[in-house]
Design a protein around this ligand. Sequence first.
Ligand code: ATP
Length: 347
Amino acid sequence: MSAIELSNISKQWGDTTAVDNISFTVDEGTFAVLLGPSGCGKSTSLRMISGLEDISAGQLLIGGSDMTSASPADRNLSMVFQNYALFPHLNVEENILFGLKVRKVPSHIQSQRLAKVAEQVGLHNLLDRKPAQLSGGQRQRVALARAIIAENPICLMDEPLSNLDAKLRQIMRVEIRALQQRLKMTVIYVTHDQAEAMSMADKVILMREGKIEQEGTPEELYNKPATTFAASFIGTPPMNLIDPVAGAITTPLLSYKQDDFLIGIRPEDITLSNDTGLDAELISADYLGADTVVTALVDKQEILVRTPGKIRVTEPTPTKLQWKKEAVHTFDRKSGKRNDEIEALNI
Ligand SMILES: Nc1ncnc2c1ncn2[C@@H]1O[C@H](COP(=O)(O)OP(=O)(O)OP(=O)(O)O)[C@@H](O)[C@H]1O
């Protein structure tokens, strides 16, 4: 039985359809990420699961029970928000215990759980502090502690790391994932950051304009993007989408019906060569430390190549691009859908 099951869920505001007939399941103990660009309906979907927003159509099951119209309190979910929603006048301990006090949980149980949770999230030395006396990461931990202490099996998180700097975000990603695995929580986590989704998720649900574009493991989305949208949303830099018949690309990249297809090749799957390959011109380089992302021009199409070490490009430099046949993805030009029937050729 799935922990959460959405069937044909929609959200309508007047003429606006924010969420359009989506269905997915999240198994117990799974870390699921709702991923997609701004405005695609991630937060609305999460808020419908939490009960903070009504469901316009469809059915929501939590632990097998119909919760489509249940009140938020009856759903037994915890929630962590982007702004943490801490009470400024309460100290860390009072913030963490707030929900248990409201529910009149006996005080000896409150103390036991507080000691355990404060240790788990590393707040045991800061229980007397007010939120204003904490760093961003510490505030985030208080919000997490408050969600965990409720001991609800399911936790919903809406962009919980977006107020933190890049370094702390990376640390907290690892912490949240480790905590989720240790406590065997079921998590649904909203983000627009594909790197966050790739590093944390068991299952990614990629949304676009209120619909689900693709769902699967991070590896599935990376290795077999179902559409050009998924291909260009996952990966940094994203997959190159190349028009094989534009301008001077006369090399036969595809075996037939070339003009119906686009080919996709990830920057990390292309190598630069002096001998053989597709003629190109290097026009710029972006040095990242361990590697360099160079921009190569083939006719008028820019193709990004991730190459090890440091490369400098001071003037347009001729080169050749090579890739393996297995690295080529093919997509229908009109629908944008992946089509593995098309045979790509080696370069
Ligand atoms: N209360 C509302 N009334 C009308 N439209 C709304 C309301 N809330 C959200 N929307 C619209 O619904 C769509 C989805 O919004 P939602 O906040 O779910 O997107 P999101 O993917 O979470 O975006 P972001 O990453 O920017 O938070 C957007 O077009 C938004 O403008």
